[in-house]
Design a protein around this ligand. Structure first.
Ligand SMILES: Cc1cc2nc3c(=O)[nH]c(=O)nc-3n(C[C@H](O)[C@H](O)[C@H](O)COP(=O)(O)OP(=O)(O)OC[C@H]3O[C@@H](n4cnc5c(N)ncnc54)[C@H](O)[C@@H]3O)c2cc1C
Length: 465
């Protein structure tokens, strides 16, 4: 007798989407994630671009993006997540790139992607009146949307957990071995047997721990600069300044009303040079308006669903694509189809495809607010004055299925700490509520992972903590 029918390794957005799709069936499933929380490495930005397949050279990625986008739009509606269809404008300060726009436009038509147009000067400035450069030709896609990737990943995971998927957090997979009619998966805490393994951490770990070397890896560094909402000349949607084959700048108006600029270049650039390039899109930016800067790996390499060992019960997902969030639900549905063919599974009769309700105080009318405060007084206690987030929302984010266990987990689920104070006024309050709800000492509360304790000790004078 196996411990599980299916073990999903990794609780990133792909692992969560797979757990959601498979939770409809009468099978015993666990998901193993080494971190304190699911989707932990989505933490760098609170906004994801949902692509439409028109920007990629790769036909397979295009199909995955198209399917993924359609699914995400439906899922956002189902889970009550804001799907912000803002459109994307591709401009260039280098006129030699204009013929690329024609090629991309032709490709979009051939691939059956509607809503992608070549537009002229007037249309460009109707869409983005505050653009930093003067340009006469652009490629515009109406389809591009912005969403909160955590909200999506957490929704997949909550529905999967409510339908019986066992989420094993803080457990690291160290070995996967093929045994007769299945697999033995060893973690730092347990050993499990299962019939089927879906490995979404396979960039790091493979069967029998043989890490594979992927040739042709074209990973490049991408610098991100996050500006606060005080940047005056606002940009409405996504804008890309396509400079040459190796250089582009992308501006994303984030859901927290700031701007995220990404700069991809093979050359080393100083911050001044980066700001100057960014001004081609977003004018009025200054160093003082920067709230965060980070460098990430940008990868145009495709994602691969490797089912070469499917007869043994093993599927692995590899690749680190820039549109992995967009593609995640398409990968999950493909894996679901493969499992249906290779395992004798039936649908659950009592499956509930619904996320438990979330009350977002700042989006409620006065009547709704009064009603909820009457039910639970904690909704009347505002913890974050930048974004009007109440104690009730924080407590709910901790008590939900797969609730937050870390400061970062509370921030992602509620949006607290994303206002102009950057969390400086509410961090301590979050720590206090987490400690109270989890019945722990404030000293043991972590920011986002095991070695990220936020407090080192108590100072006598501040006894209220
Ligand atoms: C800066 C940036 C911006 C991006 N913007 C977009 C965007 O706008 N639109 C878009 O579509 N995509 C975007 N992406 C792509 C996408 O967000 C990333 O690829 C995503 O963060 C990775 O997704 P994942 O959560 O599936 O991670 P994965 O790496 O696929 O998840 C693997 C999970 O496995 C866990 N794990 C690893 N090893 C083990 C182990 N041994 N045992 C147990 N668990 C383990 C990890 O903790 C992790 O949670 C962006 C990526 C970056 C870096």
């Amino acid at each position: 007798m196996m411990d599980y029918d299916v073990l999903i390794l990794g609780g990133g957005i792909i692992g969560c989407a797979v757990a959601y799709e498979l939770s409809k069936y009468n099978i015993n499933i666990a998901l193993i994630e080494k971190d304190y929380d699911i989707a932990n490495d989505l933490s760098c930005s609170n906004t994801a671009v949902i692509y439409d397949g028109s920007e990629t050279h790769d036909d397979i990625m295009c199909e995955l993006e198209k399917t993924g986008r359609d699914l995400i739009e439906k899922h956002c509606q189902k889970f009550n997540i804001k799907y912000n269809k803002v459109g994307a404008l591709r401009i260039s300060s280098n006129q030699a790139r204009y013929n690329m726009f024609d090629i991309m436009h032709k490709n979009a038509r051939q691939r059956g992607i509607d809503g992608v147009h070549i537009i002229d000067h007037n249309e460009i400035y109707n869409i983005e009146p505050n653009l930093g450069i003067n340009t006469n030709k652009a490629l515009y896609s109406e389809n591009i949307a912005l969403i909160s990737p955590y909200n999506l990943a957490v929704s997949y995971a909550e529905v999967a957990a409510d339908n019986g998927v066992n989420f094993r957090l803080e457990e690291e997979v160290i070995d996967i071995k093929n045994i007769s009619k299945g697999f033995k998966v060893t973690t730092n805490k347990n050993k499990f047997t299962c019939k089927f393994v879906i490995n979404t951490i396979s960039n790091e770990i493979s069967i029998d721990n043989q890490n594979e070397v992927y040739s042709e890896i074209r990973n490049k560094k991408m610098k991100y600069i996050l500006f606060n909402q005080e940047v005056q000349n606002n940009i409405n949607g996504v804008v890309i300044n396509d400079i040459d084959d190796d250089t582009f700048i992308i501006n994303i108006s984030t859901l927290s009303k700031g701007n995220l600029i990404g700069i991809k270049s093979n050359d080393y650039l100083s911050l001044e040079e980066e700001l100057e390039l960014s001004e081609s899109i977003l004018t009025g930016i200054k160093k003082e308006l920067i709230t965060n800067m980070f460098t990430e790996t940008y990868s145009g390499n495709g994602m691969c669903i490797d089912d070469s060992n499917i007869k043994d019960g093993y599927i692995k997902v590899t690749g680190n694509h820039y549109a992995k969030i967009t593609i995640a639900p398409a990968i999950a549905v493909d894996i679901e189809d493969k499992i249906k063919i290779n395992m004798n599974i039936t649908k659950k009769r009592d499956y509930i495809d619904k996320k438990r309700e979330v009350y977002v105080f700042r989006n409620m009318s006065k009547e709704q607010r009064n009603k909820i405060i009457n039910l639970d007084k904690r909704y009347g206690n505002i913890i974050c004055s930048c974004n009007s987030i109440s104690e009730g929302e924080i407590v709910d984010s901790i008590r939900r299925p797969l609730g937050a266990r870390t400061v970062e987990g509370v921030k992602r689920r509620t949006g607290i700490g994303l206002g102009s104070c950057n969390g400086s006024y509410c961090n301590m309050k979050i720590i206090k509520i987490l400690a109270r709800e989890m019945n722990k000492s404030v000293l043991s509360i972590v920011d986002d992972s095991m070695d990220s304790k936020v407090l080192v000790g108590r100072i006598k004078e501040f006894n209220e903590i």
